[in-house]
Design a protein around this ligand. Structure first.
Ligand SMILES: *[C@@H]1O[C@H](CO)[C@@H](O)[C@H](O)[C@H]1NC(C)=O
Ligand SMILES: *[C@@H]1O[C@H](CO)[C@@H](O)[C@H](O)[C@H]1NC(C)=O
Ligand SMILES: *[C@@H]1O[C@H](CO)[C@@H](O)[C@H](O)[C@H]1NC(C)=O
Ligand SMILES: *[C@@H]1O[C@H](CO)[C@@H](O)[C@H](O)[C@H]1NC(C)=O
Length: 469
């Protein structure tokens, strides 16, 4: 439904402005007499244009593909609350109004809080349907459940723009109820970058419309995420790195990108974990579907099966299972530099000791960023979030479906821990023409880990979607 309309728009915009000589129509059964034609008055350029358009037209009609004009976009990210989450910006409606949204490869719906949101929406910009001339209310209920909460509202359709791309009839949830703690000002909602198969709305995700229509130069998206967890004087919102659509930015990685095919038909971005070492020692974990890991930008930490997590901490002398609100986590001596490395079939990728060390809970003990995940309901056994993804350049490829990782470049690494202004909302190379509502003041960063840990713990028993904020 979405893709055909999008293709039409793409086709119109690519051929609107050239005078195209077209062959005379021939109706069925009519014979054409061969005749010598008078020399054409068309210039060589006219014929060239005609020939190119004819080729594109016929190739599209018969399902082939032809190289299209290069089409790539970037969105600068914001790192919220010392690596708790990473958000970007998009715009909805006519005229476009910009919103900050969590970029989440672990789910597949787009939603934003709307003006009627009374629960969980304080101090954020909200979507006002009455101020968009292209808004369409689909009048169907929308409800998405994540590990850390739920968003409820109704389905709508409007123009959505991001990083210079536009989908004229994107379905999204206009949400009026959000679980407490799911949104932290200034974030208004979430953009799911997983596959349609896991969309609560059943609609084609924004990215998938663009990837499948051949709009992008390369059918992929990528992330470079910054690290502030061990930096000093961290503000609530810091520069978060880069999200690209349609290309990989070769300034941000070195060497080659190692792609691994998805473990199942596309749903989550699911890879099979092939090996893991802690302090250089192999960790034993269940294989088969129990080793499937969702590669998830919307999850802060790394969750895995209890037995595997136990085996990880067994390699760290002095570690102990957490108690009380830290149940499911482990503590370990802060003085230990924990080196975890993970492989999904290709190279082994290291997680820095800084990312492993989530927070300090006593004079000597710290909490580790790998926790016990009780999965169920078809949720993946492992969820590999930002704790891991900050250490690599990550690529999410539509076709053939795969996730790729590469080493970060010096340029990318140099952005870690460098405090600065968070990027302002954009919908392309220019700032959005309008911004909704007020963004209010910054959250209290001193209490960030307790809030954060609380939502994760509440989520442990019932992980359904991919996001753990
Ligand atoms: C869409 O219509 C439903 C009723 O069918 C209403 O409850 C909802 O508020 C409307 N949404 C918007 C964003 O106007
Ligand atoms: C690639 O990343 C570098 C470093 O952030 C940036 O300067 C450059 O503009 C990016 N290139 C593109 C095409 O976005
Ligand atoms: C760990 O296991 C991998 C295979 O999964 C093997 O190639 C490697 O040699 C093992 N490393 C150690 C230190 O035992
Ligand atoms: C933070 O951790 C990274 C990765 O281990 C390290 O390179 C960097 O020096 C650390 N920064 C500080 C301020 O300790």
């Amino acid at each position: 439904m979405l893709s055909s309309a999008w293709l039409l728009v793409a086709l119109l915009s690519s051929s609107c402005c050239v005078a195209v000589p077209s062959p005379r129509p021939v109706t069925a059964g009519q014979s054409i007499t061969l005749q010598r034609r008078a020399p054409s008055a068309r210039s060589v350029e006219d014929w060239e244009t005609w020939a190119q358009n004819e080729r594109v037209f016929l190739t599209n009609r018969y399902g082939g593909s032809i190289p299209k004009k290069r089409s790539e976009g970037s969105n600068l990210l914001t790192n919220q609350n010392a690596d708790s989450s990473f958000y970007g910006s998009l715009a909805i409606g006519t005229p476009p109004v910009s919103f900050d949204v969590i970029l989440d490869t672990g789910s597949a719906d787009l939603w934003v809080a709307d003006v009627s949101c009374t629960i969980g929406c304080s101090r954020i910009a909200v979507f006002d349907a009455t101020s968009s001339s292209t808004f369409k209310n689909l009048s169907q209920p929308f409800d998405v459940t994540y590990g850390s909460g739920e968003a409820v509202g109704s389905l709508a359709q409007d123009v959505v723009q991001m990083a210079g791309f536009s989908v004229p009839n994107q379905v999204f949830g206009a949400v009026d109820e959000v679980s407490n703690g799911l949104l932290t000002s200034p974030v208004s909602g979430l953009l799911g970058l997983g596959w349609q198969a896991i969309a609560s709305s059943g609609s084609t995700p924004f990215w998938e419309t663009l990837a499948s229509s051949g709009t992008w130069t390369d059918p992929l998206m990528s992330f470079q995420l910054t690290r502030f967890i061990n930096a000093t004087n961290v503000q609530a919102n810091e520069p978060g790195g880069t999200f690209t659509m349609g290309f990989v930015n070769s300034s941000l990685y070195t060497g080659s990108i190692d792609y691994q095919s998805l473990a199942t038909t596309p749903s989550f971005w699911l890879l099979s974990l092939s090996s893991m070492t802690v302090q250089g020692k192999n960790i034993t974990f269940s294989t088969g579907s129990s080793s499937y890991a969702a590669i998830d930008t919307g999850t802060t930490l790394v969750g895995g099966p209890s037995s595997a997590i136990q085996n990880i901490y067994a390699q760290i002398p002095g570690s102990q299972p957490g108690t009380g609100s830290w149940a499911g986590y482990y503590s370990y001596p802060c003085s230990t530099e924990v080196n975890v490395a993970i492989s999904f079939g290709g190279p082994s990728w290291s997680v820095s000791p800084a990312d492993f060390q989530l927070t300090q809970i006593s004079s000597s003990d710290c909490i580790g960023a790998f926790f016990e995940l009780s999965s169920g309901n078809g949720a993946p056994s492992w969820v590999v979030g930002d704790t891991f993804l900050k250490n690599v350049y990550s690529v999410f490829r539509y076709n053939p479906p795969a996730v790729g990782f590469a080493e970060l470049s010096e340029t990318a690494l140099a952005m870690n821990g460098v405090t600065g202004n968070a990027p302002s909302a954009t919908i392309g190379s220019v700032a959005a023409t309008a911004t909704a509502g007020t963004s209010g003041s910054s959250p209290n960063s001193a209490s960030r880990w307790s809030i954060h840990a609380g939502t994760i713990i509440a989520a442990l028993a019932s992980l359904v979607g991919g996001v753990l904020l």
